[in-house]
Write a protein that binds this ligand. Structure first.
Ligand code: ADP
Length: 242
């Protein structure tokens, strides 16, 4: 797999990956933003379990009702439910060339289920770990605002709206996402530290390929550049070694 874009005719001119890019990083590390860059570069879909769950809540369906309280308190949703959601999503035709997993897996059980599922689907995993200092995260998340109508994310320091407190796209008043409140952010960081971060070692032990990228400083575009450079290096090492 060459990871550089093979032609310049459009955003989805990326090569076939046949890989699940598994993004790890604490809440606020920029996983969502980097996922969007990866989508544009490689033309494979982003699967964000957080977005899928929020979607259920917005639709007020049964799943939404069953997860709302846990999500608002920063706790994790049941493994069985999230695993079933991901299995169903990964079986869609648009995932045949690979996908970007954002926010999944988050527990050991989810990681084991994922590895089995990828094997079944003939995809291999490549873990990208965004490393960020927790103090930086708290500062970042407390400046985060979202448009309740179109979902655009803003940040008072790194991506401010043109008019403070107002969405550039549709003029809606921006709000703080319920689970971006500081006490909840701390709870989410703890859940990440306790349950999710150890998964990086789990993947390492399973022999998965792993990239560690310093995502504490610099513009999102620069961090993405680093990810691409590391992906390319990893690929050429694999090619040379094979
Ligand atoms: P962040 O990465 O910023 O914490 P997400 O949007 O990924 O935010 O997740 C928000 C919330 O959704 C989590 O705190 C949790 O309650 C729930 N959630 C998302 N993904 C999972 C998952 N894989 N397993 C369990 N709960 C999840």
């Amino acid at each position: 797999m060459a990871v550089t874009k093979s032609s310049s005719d459009g955003a989805h001119a990326g090569p076939v990956m046949r890989k699940a890019l598994v993004l790890f990083g604490p809440p606020g590390s920029g996983k969502g933003t980097q996922s969007k860059f990866l989508v544009a570069r490689f033309g494979i879909p982003q699967i964000s379990t957080g977005d899928m769950l929020r979607d259920h809540i917005a639709r007020r369906d049964q799943i939404g009702k069953s997860v709302q309280a846990r999500m608002e308190s920063g706790a994790l949703v049941r493994d069985e439910l999230v695993n079933a959601m991901v299995r169903e999503r990964l079986s869609q035709p648009d995932c045949v060339n690979g996908c970007i997993l954002d926010g999944y897996p988050r527990t050991r059980q989810q990681a084991e289920v994922l590895l089995d599922l990828l094997k079944e689907l003939g995809l291999s995993e490549l873990v990208i770990h965004l490393v960020v200092d927790y103090n930086i995260i708290i500062a970042r998340i407390s400046g985060r605002r979202v448009c309740p109508k179109c979902g655009t994310l803003y940040n008072s320091s790194s991506r401010p709206p043109r008019v403070p407190g107002v969405c550039d796209r549709d003029g809606e008043n921006l709000v703080i996402r319920e689970d971006d409140r500081e006490s909840v952010v701390r709870e989410r960081l703890e859940a990440y530290e306790r349950q999710t971060r150890p998964l990086i070692d789990f993947f390492r032990q399973q022999g998965s390929r792993l990239l560690e990228v310093d995502a504490s400083h610099g513009a999102p575009e620069a961090i993405f550049g680093q990810i691409l450079a590391d992906l390319n290096r990893l690929e050429s090492e694999v090619t040379l070694g094979s």
